[in-house]
Design a protein around this ligand. Structure first.
Ligand SMILES: Cc1cc2nc3c(=O)[nH]c(=O)nc-3n(C[C@H](O)[C@H](O)[C@H](O)COP(=O)(O)OP(=O)(O)OC[C@H]3O[C@@H](n4cnc5c(N)ncnc54)[C@H](O)[C@@H]3O)c2cc1C
Length: 645
């Protein structure tokens, strides 16, 4: 950033304070990047570019010209020294310290250092960012590497070529490869890199390096080493800012998540900021938000590759080898710069192993917020066309509802024992069961004594609970969430008044005094359209179509297809467990719930309030009883922000 400002002569008469946690006085990083021979970066950084390469040996041992491109090398010490020179030239102040906060207010921008507030006309923030917990469709893995700077004996000097991603090492179940960067002074940097969830242990990496150098290069003397770990992450950064402070580097999403390259992006970003300052425009205009970064087809490609590297790490080598075998290196580098056209990208992808990409794409589509509402819309349309009175249809649909309830409907409410502590706690279990059953029993007693009051309470906590899950999914405010939950419940019941009242009568409750028009959710639809919330628009759309289905089908679509799946996703996020593990933990409790339901079912007809023998009346009273403790348990999960205590 400072070099860009200096280049445009914008630093005169400015007082600059440089703060860093540590003194930068050694070669700790190697920055490489590629560029066209005539790109400005080549000229602008020519004093610190210490080596360039025009040809490369690619996997499969084929030598390739980089054409109009060059692969450039900058040693971090040269970069640090160029800043030292500017510091002397301008007489800037430097300070070693840990900045605890960076803020902007109406009075200007400031940082907090050792509890001291330091204000400035402009604050540039490049503190190392931390990332939020990855959600569905997001990945956070690492690019860890260890490199040795070696001196080569005379015979090897001319013979060691520049190698890019050489996979000729033991993969050890990961995706790992070697770079060889030979320098004109007879030294070379040989670096082993792993893409994946597990970070290289130095001993593992060094064993691979030593074996590789002995086998592929020969004699050497080790001069120094370099190690590091770059985040390969497409989750949002914590503490994003849109204005007031200028975000730089990794904090401004400059690291390309699928490659770890950042240097050239940082140079281009700094050049844009400097140009804006020169024109008297806002310096923070190029702050990137997560919403900018996650959009577009390149973000999708990055997401696929990250997913493959995390979940199918053995596929990395065949994918990269196929890439380098079938696609020209210049096109690959242009693709990594996100400057190719769709046609070229299709040509690149068509020559890669298809299965890992299909698997990753399927996972990506499934976890998209639009996937479920699309399926539910289709189901709603199909069910609307089926002959309602047909016995076979009814049986088939009821069977599907039962399967849905067994698979996810009841289980999503049967892990409440884990939600508090996040783990199985046999000691606390008896207390938990007694507390849970007591709450359910209290609700049962209220149903027995004052069914209409119980119904009102049930509707209120259900509306809160349903709204909370959807609200979390779509980032709604808590009041909007409650209003949404209430609207859904009232819509489902109020567009099926005859059926609802028949069940309410069987439950011993007063009947609904109103009917809801079939277009009753249209205000929500318009609001979601205005907000650009596509998933909520689709959900409101299919709920509106559901008025034509029988009440049970419409309710089951929402309860199983929307609410239980959403709740399950949030529980999974909270517990950080797999689907299978959660279901198995839930098993004793949902099996217990079915036993209780069976008891309820057989005993209810003998109770004094039961006027008929409808299964649905019994079923809903049972659901009302067990959902009170569940709604309370989920309330504390949502209040914790889905973080396990
Ligand atoms: C070893 C290594 C090699 C790399 N090689 C390449 C490459 O070849 N090509 C490429 O394109 N990219 C490369 N990268 C990736 C990328 O270029 C770097 O991660 C880049 O340094 C990111 O810049 P940054 O300013 O965001 O962070 P950094 O360079 O990490 O700078 C952040 C600075 O802020 C300081 N700091 C952090 N927190 C505080 C605080 N609270 N208070 C005060 N100071 C603080 C740190 O001490 C550090 O000096 C490499 C990264 C590493 C680690």
């Amino acid at each position: 950033m400072l070099l860009s400002l200096h280049r445009l002569d914008l630093l005169k008469k400015k007082s600059v304070l440089l703060i860093d946690k540590e003194r930068k006085n050694r070669r700790d990083k190697t920055f490489c990047f590629w560029s066209h021979r005539d790109e400005a970066i080549q000229d602008d950084l020519h004093e610190i570019i210490s080596q360039t390469w025009d040809t490369v040996i690619l996997p499969g041992e084929h030598a390739s010209s980089l054409g109009p491109l060059r692969y450039n090398h900058v040693s971090s010490i040269d970069l640090y020294q160029s800043i030292d020179k500017l510091t002397l030239q301008y007489g800037w102040q430097r300070c070693i310290g840990d900045v605890s906060e960076v803020h902007s207010s109406s009075e200007g921008s400031y940082v907090m250092l050792n509890e001291q507030r330091i204000s400035g006309e402009l604050v540039f923030d490049s503190r190392t960012p931390s990332y939020k917990q990855p959600q569905d469709g997001q990945t956070h893995i690492h690019q860890s590497f260890v490199g040795w700077h070696i001196s080569l004996p005379d015979i090897s000097k001319a013979a060691v070529p520049f190698r890019f991603m050489d996979f000729d090492i033991d993969q050890q179940g990961h995706t790992q490869f070697v770079y060889v960067l030979p320098f004109s002074d007879g030294t070379a940097l040989v670096e082993v890199t792993r893409f994946g969830s597990e970070v290289f242990k130095p001993s593992e990496a060094e064993a691979l390096l030593s074996e590789y150098i002995n086998r592929r290069i020969g004699n050497y003397t080790k001069l120094g080493d370099e190690q590091g770990c770059i985040p390969m992450c497409n989750a949002p950064i914590k503490e994003e800012r849109s204005s007031g402070i200028v975000q730089l580097g990794a904090r401004n999403y400059s690291i390309k998540s699928s490659t770890g390259y950042a240097f050239k992006n940082m140079y281009l970003h700094a050049a844009c900021i400097a140009e804006n300052i020169r024109k008297g425009q806002h310096a923070d205009a190029f702050n990137r938000q997560y919403s900018d970064v996650k959009r577009g087809r390149f973000a999708f490609y990055d997401a696929l590759l990250l997913d493959i590297l995390q979940t199918q790490p053995r596929s990395g080598k065949p994918i990269f080898e196929a890439l380098f075998k079938h696609t020209d290196i210049q096109r690959i580098l242009t693709f990594l710069d996100e400057k190719t056209h769709v046609k070229e990208e299709i040509a690149i992808f068509s020559r890669l192993p298809i299965r890992p990409f299909l698997k990753a794409a399927w996972r990506n589509i499934q976890t998209s917020l639009l996937f479920r509402p699309m399926i539910l819309s289709l189901l709603c349309i199909v069910l609307g066309f089926l002959p309602e009175a047909d016995a076979l249809t009814l049986q088939a649909v009821n069977a599907i509802i039962i399967v849905g309830m067994v698979a996810i409907g009841i289980p999503h409410g049967a892990v409440d024992h884990l939600l508090d502590s996040g783990q199985w706690n046999p000691r606390g279990l008896p207390f938990f069961v007694v507390k849970y059953l007591s709450m359910a029993a209290i609700m049962g007693v209220v149903w027995y004594a004052a069914p209409t009051l119980a119904l009102i309470a049930f509707l209120i906590y259900s509306a809160w609970h349903f709204g909370q899950a959807d609200g979390k999914l779509w980032s709604l405010h808590s009041l909007s969430s409650f209003l949404w939950g209430s609207s859904v419940l009232l819509y489902l019941l109020g567009t099926h008044v005859t059926e609802s009242n028949a069940i309410l009568a069987e439950m011993g409750c007063a009947s609904l005094p109103f009917e809801i028009p079939t277009l009753g959710l249209v205000p929500w639809l318009l609001w979601f359209v205005l907000k650009g919330n596509k998933a909520a628009v689709l959900t409101t759309f299919w709920l509106t179509l559901s008025y034509q289905l029988p009440l049970m089908q419409a309710f089951a679509l929402y309860f199983i297809g929307q609410h239980s799946f959403t709740g399950w996703k949030h529980i999974k996020q909270h517990l950080r467990m797999s689907d299978g593990a959660i279901w198995m933990h839930a098993l004793p409790f949902h099996a217990g719930a079915w036993v209780l339901l069976a008891i309820f079912y057989f005993l209810w007809p003998y109770s004094s309030v039961a006027s008929g023998e409808s299964q649905w009346g019994v079923f809903f009273i049972f659901i009302a009883c067990i959902s009170l403790p569940h709604a309370l348990a989920m309330q504390s999960v949502y209040a914790s922000g889905l973080n396990k205590q």
